[in-house]
Design a protein around this ligand. Structure first.
Ligand SMILES: C[S@@+](CC[C@H](N)C(=O)[O-])C[C@H]1O[C@@H](n2cnc3c(N)ncnc32)[C@H](O)[C@@H]1O
Length: 377
């Protein structure tokens, strides 16, 4: 029996039911779920009973009682996986990514000397993730003196497993405990083998089970996906360790280009109207917030105010605004070129991690170039 047969045999004992799907190794994506026969749209393909989930409710009491009451569930689940020595989950553990799979792909585990080369949006997500991890790890260490014997890398591995494999779940108990939304997370076997696509199968749950139902017809042998959310490539990189070649939800942050150009007074005015920061462009548009910020830079304040208060549609000044943005984007293309050159000369981290950084910067350059062409045409 191979690890997949073992998993399926164990899954059956847990009441997990697969209908016309099976796990399979997929080049470049670890394990994924594949249709074993033709599937019509709206077919129920997976049932996972809530009794087989790992959640705040299954954390061993010996552990939870040593944790602060409001400790994040993410850290608690990571601690549970780290300390688990029972054979219960052997079949499940055998199919999850190895420590080296995770540390290669997820920036949190990369050599920190590579972190400054992440694009700004990814970098700010990573900072938040690092703060969360550091806090969870320190709670883990202080919950028992014995935990200081466990290498930080072991806790990190389990923390990243939780980060990349949990599902949102609400129960009467999560409501009673008034868990924060980010704490309503569970690990579920088999369902955690579905890879992500911009759109995918429908995932739902009730009191008794999670179910996954096809969103469209699938051919035999085709990979079946779910959608983890409408995420940009910076988000996918930091949270899941991969990026798409084409991602309809991708975007480029513009704060680093625009914020340094604003005076203190302009920042104050933008803030007063709720338009300070979070400037982005995507494949089709430059966001409205950016339009507001660019206008404060190139129009008299009277005209800016009329635009921001909705008294003027801004069409009359669009050309001037577009020219300003194009000049900023052209400089950004130059900076991206320099960044790519610097990354190319680095020897830190793994070659695949440096290549991932270059790939992401080239995607950003492609979106920026596309915007320049659109604004100039
Ligand atoms: C919930 S797991 C899915 C199963 C996973 N492939 C495995 O081998 O266990 C999420 C992880 O799968 C990988 N993944 C998911 N969707 C992907 C995709 N479209 N392309 C590449 N990797 C993907 C990423 O490594 C991500 O962190």
């Amino acid at each position: 029996m191979d690890i997949y047969d073992n998993l399926l045999a164990w899954a059956e004992t847990q009441g997990i039911k697969l209908h016309g799907i099976s796990p399979q190794r997929i080049p470049g994506r670890g394990i994924g779920i594949v249709a074993t026969k033709q599937l019509a749209a709206n077919t129920l393909i997976l049932q996972v009973p809530t009794t087989s989930l790992r959640s705040i409710e299954t954390v061993p009491k010996t552990l939870s009682k040593s944790y602060p009451k409001d400790a994040p569930v993410h850290g608690l689940l990571a601690a549970t996986l780290t300390l688990d020595t029972t054979p219960t989950f052997t079949a499940w553990n055998a199919v999850v990514p190895t420590a080296s799979d995770l540390t290669s792909s997820l920036p949190l585990a990369w050599d920190p000397t590579l972190h400054p080369y992440l694009p700004p949006a990814a970098s700010s997500l990573l900072q938040k993730q690092l703060t969360k991890f550091t806090s969870d790890h320190s709670i883990f260490l202080s919950s028992s003196p014995a935990h200081s014997d466990i290498p930080k890398s072991t806790y990190l591995y389990n923390w990243l497993l939780v980060n990349t494999r949990t599902f949102y779940h609400e129960t009467a108990k999560t409501k009673r405990l008034r868990l924060r939304p980010e704490d309503r997370m569970v690990l579920q076997p088999v369902a955690d083998l579905f890879n992500h696509s911009s759109s995918g199968c429908n995932v739902s749950f009730d009191k008794t089970q999670f179910t996954i139902t096809t969103d469209r017809a699938y051919k035999e042998g085709e990979e079946v996906f779910i959608c983890y959310g409408r995420h940009s490539n910076d988000f996918l990189l930091v949270e899941y360790g991969f990026v798409f070649d084409y991602n309809q939800w991708d975007e480029v942050g513009l704060d680093e280009l625009i914020l340094p150009k604003l005076s203190a007074k302009q920042k104050e005015d933008l803030d007063e109207f709720g338009f300070l920061g979070k400037y982005v462009l995507d494949a089709e548009t430059v966001c409205y917030r950016t339009q507001v910020a660019l206008r404060i830079l190139c129009l008299p304040s009277r005209l800016w105010l009329r635009f921001v208060q909705g008294e003027d549609d801004g069409e009359a000044h669009q050309k001037k605004v577009d020219e300003l943005l194009v000049s900023m984007l052209r400089k950004y293309v130059g900076t991206i070129g320099d960044t790519l050159e610097t990354i190319g000369s680095l020897e830190d981290g793994e070659a695949s991690q440096r290549e991932m950084l270059c790939l992401r910067w080239r995607q950003i350059r492609r979106l920026v170039d596309k915007t320049i062409t659109r604004l100039e045409s």
